[in-house]
Design a protein around this ligand. Structure first.
Ligand SMILES: [Zn+2]
Ligand SMILES: [Zn+2]
Length: 246
C-alpha cells in the first residue's frame, strides 16, 4: 500500500467566488508545489474545468477526481465525483437542466469563465452557479450513485450551506461515501459536537477559492494505486484501504 496526499475540494475560475488566478494551469502547478497526489475539482454546480485539469495533472502524476460541488434545493452543498468523462458529462446535463436561470451579474458575484490551457477565455457561463438546483439532497445522491459516482456532503460542520445546517442533522438513510469537514475544525472537535457520527469516514479539504489555500489541509489515502476504484475502497475502509486526516 502507498500513502497519497489528497485535497478534494478545489474551486476554479468557473465558480463566481473563485479567484481569477484559479486557472487549470495554476491549480495543477500549485498542487504539485505543495505535494498533493490527488485533487478534487468541485466548482459550484459545474464540472466544465475538470477534464482539462485531469489532462494537465496527469503529466505531473497527480490524480484528479472530476466533479462538482452541487447545491441542493435545501441549499446544502454536496461534493460529487465521477470515474470518467462520459458520466461526468451526464451529470453536467443533469445539473444544467435543474439550475435556475438567474442571470449572473459579475460586478456583484464575480466572473464565471471557462478557460483553456493558455488561460484564454473559452466560455462565459450566463446563469448564477451558486443557486440551489431543482433537486433534493436525496435526488442528487441517487443520481450520483446511479452514475457510479462518489457522494460526499461538504463541510458538514459549517453553520451555513451544509446538510447539518440546513436539515439540523444527517438523515440516517442518506447514502454517502464520506463526510467532509472544513479546514476550521478537527475530527475530534467535530465528533465532540456530533457524537452520533463517530465511525463515519471523514475527509478534510481546503475548499480553496484562492491559489495559496490549495493543500492548506489534506486527507491521506492508503491505497494500492491511484484509481477511482481504489479511492472508493479507501473511503469505505475496504480491503485494507483507508483514509486518515493528519
Ligand atoms: Zn460549499
Ligand atoms: Zn466549495
Amino acid at each position: 500500500m502507498v500513502e497519497y496526499k489528497g485535497d478534494l475540494h478545489i474551486h476554479t475560475v468557473i465558480s463566481p467566488c473563485g479567484d481569477l488566478e484559479m486557472s487549470p494551469t495554476n491549480i495543477v502547478a500549485k498542487a504539485k508545489e505543495v505535494g498533493l497526489n490527488i485533487i478534487g475539482i468541485a466548482d459550484h454546480n459545474c464540472t466544465k474545468h475538470a477534464p482539462l485539469i485531469r489532462k494537465l495533472a496527469h503529466k505531473e502524476g497527480i490524480f484528479v477526481l472530476m466533479g462538482a460541488e452541487v447545491t441542493s434545493r435545501e441549499e446544502a452543498h454536496c461534493l460529487a465525483f465521477f470515474p470518467d468523462e462520459e458520466r461526468l458529462a451526464l451529470f453536467q446535463e443533469y445539473v444544467e437542466e435543474r439550475l435556475p436561470h438567474i442571470p449572473l451579474i459579475p460586478e456583484i458575484f464575480g466572473y464565471q469563465v471557462v478557460v483553456d490551457e493558455q488561460e484564454e477565455i473559452q466560455e462565459e457561463l450566463p446563469y448564477l452557479l451558486i443557486s440551489g438546483i431543482d433537486a433534493s439532497i436525496d435526488d442528487i445522491e441517487q443520481e450520483v450513485h446511479n452514475l457510479g459516482g462518489l457522494f460526499i456532503p461538504a463541510h458538514v460542520n459549517r453553520s451555513k450551506f451544509s446538510v447539518i445546517s440546513q436539515l439540523g442533522f444527517i438523515p440516517p438513510d442518506l447514502k454517502y461515501d464520506a463526510l467532509e469537514i472544513s479546514r476550521h475544525t478537527t475530527p475530534s472537535e467535530f465528533y465532540a459536537q456530533q457524537p452520533f457520527l463517530r465511525g463515519n469516514t471523514l475527509i478534510q479539504s481546503s475548499d480553496s477559492h484562492y491559489i495559496d489555500e490549495i493543500g492548506a489541509v489534506s486527507t491521506y489515502f492508503i491505497v494500492e494505486d491511484l484509481t477511482f476504484e481504489e479511492i472508493l475502497q479507501a473511503l469505505h475502509n475496504e480491503n485494507g484501504r483507508h483514509v486518515f486526516i493528519p
